[in-house]
Design a protein around this ligand. Sequence first.
Ligand SMILES: Nc1ncnc2c1ncn2[C@@H]1O[C@H](COP(=O)(O)OP(=O)(O)O)[C@@H](O)[C@H]1O
Ligand SMILES: [Mg+2]
Length: 254
Amino acid sequence: MNVIMMDANVIATAQRQDPVQPFFAARDLHAYYGESYIVQGVSLDIRQGEILALLGRNGAGKTSTLRTIARTDLPALMTGEIWLQGAPLHRMKAHAAARAGVQLVPEDRRIIPGLTVEENLTLARVAPGHGWDLERIYAHFPRLAERRRQEGVTLSGGEQQMLSIARALAREVKLLLLDEPYEGLAPVVVREIERILHDIKKLGITTIIVEQNAVAALQLADRAVILDTGEVAFTGLAKEVLDNAELRREYLAI
Ligand SMILES: Nc1ncnc2c1ncn2[C@@H]1O[C@H](COP(=O)(O)OP(=O)(O)O)[C@@H](O)[C@H]1O
Ligand SMILES: [Mg+2]
């Protein structure tokens, strides 16, 4: 009896939504690779359906911040809190964070060798917490539909990027983390991925996009955060960064 009452309490606490609590909040994150202190007090707030561009020079700590949010083993989060719709991600490991709806699309795309496009997508749906089904994925990614029987790792770079994004959407996604989705792609392919990301934006999927191509990211994003040596150097509207030559020169070299 006691146990049941306790469970009900835990559930009530987990479901309580504080109206001033943003959809996603990272509070004063400090994370390390061994002795190396890399993420140095990063805080981020994101409203539901918003796209945040996370920018900064090479080595500023963008990938490390995404990995911290996705709760990968490294970098290790020492202090700070990460909340997604009331769920304490800071207390979770990567698999639990994924189940809670955080989907990281890493820079290296991680397509599974030996599996076709469709098998890569189907495998993503084995874990609990389903997102889009194959029909919906193929409607948004016609190139993947055409290549569904092809081994995933034999796709072009752009197609692998599409597969990696599609795989994230096949899971339950509350927060999509994109690490340099345009990296190494020809301009014509970048435009194709951009079109897909604009679709995702219209669907209201809350997203953090990290990109060296800052202008492309800022055109997609609502707001921007600029990192400099593991700290937040700017936070504001994406448009403010596009309009501020000094800021762009100092932190983005554009
Ligand atoms: N596995 C690692 N071990 C130690 N240091 C790392 C590791 N990965 C990245 N770093 C360091 O952390 C800093 C931030 O890297 P990163 O987050 O990849 O930056 P960005 O994505 O902004 O280019 C860099 O100084 C980098 O050398
Ligand atoms: Mg990076």
